[in-house]
Design a protein around this ligand. Sequence first.
Ligand SMILES: *[C@@H]1O[C@H](CO)[C@@H](O)[C@H](O)[C@H]1NC(C)=O
Ligand SMILES: *[C@@H]1O[C@H](CO)[C@@H](O)[C@H](O)[C@H]1NC(C)=O
Length: 389
Amino acid sequence: MRASIAAVLTALLLGQVDAAGVTGTAFGFASGTTGGGSAAAATPSSLAQLKEWITDNVARTIMIDREWDFTGAEGTTTGKCCSTSTTTCSGGTSKGQAWIQDTCDQGTWISCTYDNAAKSPLNVGSNKSIVGVGSKGVLKGKGLRVRGGNSNVIIQNIHITDLNPQYVWGGDAITLDGADKVWIDHKKFSLIGRQMIVSGWNAAGHVTISNNEFDGVTSWSASCNGKHYWTLLLLGAADWYTFAGNWLHDVSGRAPHMGTDYDASKIYFHGVNNYFQNVGGHAFDVDTNIWLLLEGNYFDAVTTPMTDNSLTRGGQLYTTTTVASASDCLAQLGYLCEWNRASGSGTWPDRTDSAVLAQFANYKQDLIGHTGVATVPANVTAHAGVGRL
Ligand SMILES: *[C@@H]1O[C@H](CO)[C@@H](O)[C@H](O)[C@H]1NC(C)=O
Ligand SMILES: *[C@@H]1O[C@H](CO)[C@@H](O)[C@H](O)[C@H]1NC(C)=O
């Protein structure tokens, strides 16, 4: 009795207690990720407290019950940006993005003003759950980064938005650079200057990216068509991704781009039941040092489901397009793979590189199940994103 009163008093002193916390359990390659674990859910009461709780070395369950607005909090920079053909967008259907960078060989300098907060993400400490309440959790003008060997992080049910969307290099929403055990679930990304998720050059480690909405609708598009180009760039040194139930819509490139000839990078990617919709450009763009198993993904009005270059750069691909390739999973993985489907889209290539099944046979415990590809459009649009836990 005495102990429980003490616990309640301590919790009240630390912040508002909320019984909610994380919904569900990490699965796939991020299995075992517990985030803040049993730390009592608490709601920060100021921007300063939010920053302290996210970045310190204490296991925490941090509830995001409002829009935290970082725009203006760290000032703005007025300087010069590079304007190229993808900034001026002559003949395009939308405006483009100017480039925040030091050189401008391909364009002309223009003056520009951008927000500083979006360009420096918060460094997330180890053992954190950062969780939105209902559909109220928003980080406006600030991204999150797990780096420097930090691990065991759950980021769930938060909308990250408004990172200098007019500018390439305006800010990344989530960065993994020397991380492990990260579960990114039921998030929404919109109006991001650069990447919605980026990893490299250090390891991202074991990562599950599930049930997120990547909303590319923008007035500033590097492809000049109102769709965001910089979706996911996965270039870590040793990465295992489960990518499942995500809804990527109105984007135009790198959705995702993965793989690199940098150093001894090795990336394993299991993509299951994702819905790619209205992609005015490319979805998969694959480089080398990749083992890619794709099943049950639905491409709907996607100009280029996978780039031609992906087929020749050395990446190992298993694209599950035929009865034979679906059946061949059984011997190595213990189940039948699900087909991928492209509808009103460019051609989905047929690749069955045996190295993929041979590698994934080592990770059977982390391979998640799938549902029939026909259910993907309705199910993913009903469940992905914020407020749908
Ligand atoms: C995170 O939790 C693990 C397991 O309880 C612990 O070993 C580690 O020291 C924690 N890290 C930090 C930075 O608190
Ligand atoms: C719908 O998606 C959820 C995950 O978001 C999954 O658990 C469920 O099995 C799916 N249902 C169908 C019929 O595909």
